[in-house]
Design a protein around this ligand. Structure first.
Ligand SMILES: [Zn+2]
Ligand SMILES: [Zn+2]
Length: 350
């Protein structure tokens, strides 16, 4: 029996020291290793590879804290979170990215606390890669909480996500940045945001509530427009084009796919009727996205409980699994040792 070493860094802030890029120890380290974080070389590597963007003195002067402090206390949290996000699953929205919950959560709290400085940082359009990454990470964090049915926290995260997204969508309009790739990426992130917002809204409504007032819910109407336009543009024959298929069915398109001009011509009232239909449908089956994969998603986002003391882990994958049987998890080495006299009869090699 053995667990991986419980790391002691849980509550300590990462400290970054700008290093000598010639240091040979840095070059030999893989991204995987560096994302496991928390020793000096890795910190140095992060600083080396993710050097904070140079901002103009004019922008820097608007920050409440000195820029070096912003880099150390805020920006570097985004770097660490990003290493977990991209190191795990190429930034895609798969369960593997859920593992970084702890880091996305720290970033989220930091952005709430230093919101002003973060948005000053976003004033330089050339920094657009960071809001792009952050929108992805906050969206994933929101998804984790939605899957857990922690609707209130999910909504708060989405509200921040929306502000960062809106700024990012402005930045990529800059002619120096705008091209097919950034446009597609921006659209995909916008789509992802709308999808979480829509599903959260659906999930949060009491089961008996079946009315949708398109005049009051203008935000949802906008989200829905984005969802169907994106699906028509980028995923017309995709099984996951859930919302577009609704329109296709309701307007009796048969095998044809409703195109963007048709979708844009729909009135808010018509969109409202489609959402109404969607809501009724989701009352029978669960929100569309959830229906088939609901259980898997919920399981993927369930926090582990320590087999020794029954404490729940604060974030996904923070408790260590028994390396012999992989069946139980522990909050600490101590708990594992104390529990061994009970667990040893059930513990079998994989
Ligand atoms: Zn325990
Ligand atoms: Zn075991």
């Amino acid at each position: 029996m053995s667990t991986n070493n419980e790391s002691k860094k849980k509550d300590s802030k990462p400290m970054f020291i700008l290093c000598d890029p010639q240091d040979p120890r840095i070059e030999s380290m893989t991204l995987e290793e560096s994302s496991k974080n928390s020793h000096d070389i890795i910190r140095n590597k992060i600083s080396f590879f993710q050097r904070p963007p140079p901002l103009t003195p004019e922008i820097i002067s608007k920050m409440q804290m000195p820029y070096e402090s912003f880099v150390e206390n805020c920006f570097n949290l985004a770097v660490v979170a990003h290493l977990h996000f991209s190191g795990n699953a190429h930034g895609g929205d798969t369960s593997k990215t859920f593992k970084g919950e702890e880091h996305y959560h720290r970033l989220y709290l930091n952005m709430l606390e230093h919101r002003h400085d973060w948005f000053v940082f976003f004033e330089d359009d050339m920094n657009y890669a960071w809001p792009e990454r952050i929108v992805g990470m906050l969206g994933t964090l929101a998804t984790i909480h939605r899957n857990r049915h922690d609707n209130d926290l999910c909504e708060k995260i989405l509200d921040l996500d929306e502000c960062v997204l809106n700024r990012y969508l402005e930045m990529v309009q800059n002619p120096q940045i705008k091209n097919n790739a950034t446009e597609k990426c921006a659209s995909a992130l916008h789509y992802k945001y709308c999808r979480i917002r829509m599903n959260l809204w659906c999930q949060s409504k009491p089961i008996s509530e079946l009315t949708f007032d398109y005049r009051k819910e203008t935000k949802l109407v906008k989200c829905f427009r984005k969802l169907i336009e994106y699906e028509s543009q980028y995923m017309p024959y995709d099984d996951e084009a859930d919302y577009l298929y609704l329109v296709q069915g309701i307007f009796k398109f048969g095998d044809r796919i409703p195109d963007v001009p048709f979708l844009r011509a729909l009135t808010d009232k018509q969109i409202g009727e489609i959402i109404q239909f969607f809501l009724a449908l989701s009352r029978q089956t669960g929100p569309i996205e959830m229906s088939a994969v609901c259980d898997t998603q919920k399981r993927q986002c369930t926090l582990a409980v320590c087999a020794g003391c029954s404490k729940t882990e604060p974030f996904l994958k923070t408790f260590k699994v028994c390396s012999r049987c992989s069946k139980v998890k522990y909050c600490s080495k101590e708990c594992q040792v104390n529990h061994w006299k009970i667990h040893k009869t059930a513990c079998h090699k994989k």
